[in-house]
Design a protein around this ligand. Sequence first.
Ligand SMILES: Nc1nc2c(ncn2[C@@H]2O[C@H](COP(=O)(O)OP(=O)(O)O)[C@@H](O)[C@H]2O)c(=O)[nH]1
Ligand SMILES: [Mg+2]
Ligand SMILES: [Zn+2]
Length: 328
Amino acid sequence: MLCPFCIDDVKFKKEKTGGRSTLVYLCPTCNEQVPALYAKDYSKYPPVVISAIGFRQHGKTVYFATLFYTLKKLTLARDWPDFYTMGLNEDSLDTVYGNARMLDDGFLPDSTPKNFPRPTMIRAEGVPMQPDCSLLMFDTGGECFEKPTQLVQFAGFVRRAEAAMLLISIADLDDARAGMQQLLNTYIVGLGELSGNTKNQDLIVVFTKADKLVGRFTGKWNALATYLIEGSVDALAETNTYLARMHEISELLRDFTEQELYAHEFINAAESNFKSVSFSIISALGTEPDGAELSVEIVPRRILDPVLWVMEKSFDGPVRSLKRWLGW
Ligand SMILES: Nc1nc2c(ncn2[C@@H]2O[C@H](COP(=O)(O)OP(=O)(O)O)[C@@H](O)[C@H]2O)c(=O)[nH]1
Ligand SMILES: [Mg+2]
Ligand SMILES: [Zn+2]
C-alpha cells in the first residue's frame, strides 16, 4: 500500500499510540499516522497522486484552492447521481474548508513554503466513467522545480504519480518556449534521479491563468476562447461528450503550442519521453485579481479538466472498462 506521507510501498501497522484505546494505522517507514478511511478501504479507493509541478507564481496553490472551493460549491451531485468528495483526515478537512472559506471571503492563499508537502487527501466517489479513488494532492514551493536536486529533495511525490501535471502560465514567462523546455528538462532529470521513469507516466500540460491568454486565442484558435468562456457545469453532466471535447481541445492546444509558442522542442521532448501527452487550459479565478484580494466573486473556468485527465490516465484497463460497460 502506498504511504501518502513518505510515498513508500508498505504494509501499514495497527497500533495503540498516545494512550488511546483504539488502534491506529501507522506507516512502518515514516511512522506517520495514516487516515483510517484511507487504509481500511484501500482497495475500494486506490490512491491517485495529483502533483502540481510548475515554477513559482504560476498558479499552483490558487488552482488547488479553487478546486476545493468548487467541489464544495458546485452542484455536480445534481447531475452525477452517485458523486461526492470528502476529506480523509483532519488536515485535509481543514485545507478544503479553509480554502473554500478564504476564497468566499475574497482572499487568495499565501505563497507556498518550500518543503516536502503533506498531501490533501480526498475520497472521490461517483465521478462518471472513472473508478472511485483517493486523490492525494501535493503542492509545494515552485523553487523545487527550478533544479533537479531540489526536486529530488522536496518533491519526491512525483515519482508515484501515474500522470505528471505540469502547470504553466505562459503569460508569466518572458520566453515561453525556453521556460517550458527548462521545466520539462528539470522534471525529466529529477525523476530519473528519483529512479522514476517518465516513460511510465502520462504528461498533462496545463496552461494556467488562461484569462490572460484570451487575447491570443483569435482566428483559428477561437475555439479555445469559446471553450474557456463557456461554463462547464452543465456540460459536465454529459460526461461522455465532455471527455470527447476535452480530447479535441487538447489537440488544438498542441497545435497552438507548436504554431504560436514555437515550442516544437518541448513537444518533441515530451512525446519522446512520456507515455502520452495531453493539454488543457484553466483559469482558476476567471479574471486578473487585484493583489491578494478579490474584488469580484471568482469564476473558475474548466478547472476540473486536469483532474479528469489525471483520473482518465491513472487507471488503465479492466476497472474502467467495466464501469463504462455498466453505463458509468
Ligand atoms: N489572472 C489570473 N491570475 C491568477 C490566476 N491564478 C493565480 N493567479 C495569480 O497568480 C499568483 C500566484 O499564484 P499561486 O497559486 O500562489 O502560484 P504558485 O506559486 O504556483 O503556487 C496569485 O497570487 C494570483 O495573483 C488566474 O486564474 N488568473
Ligand atoms: Mg504555491
Ligand atoms: Zn510513510
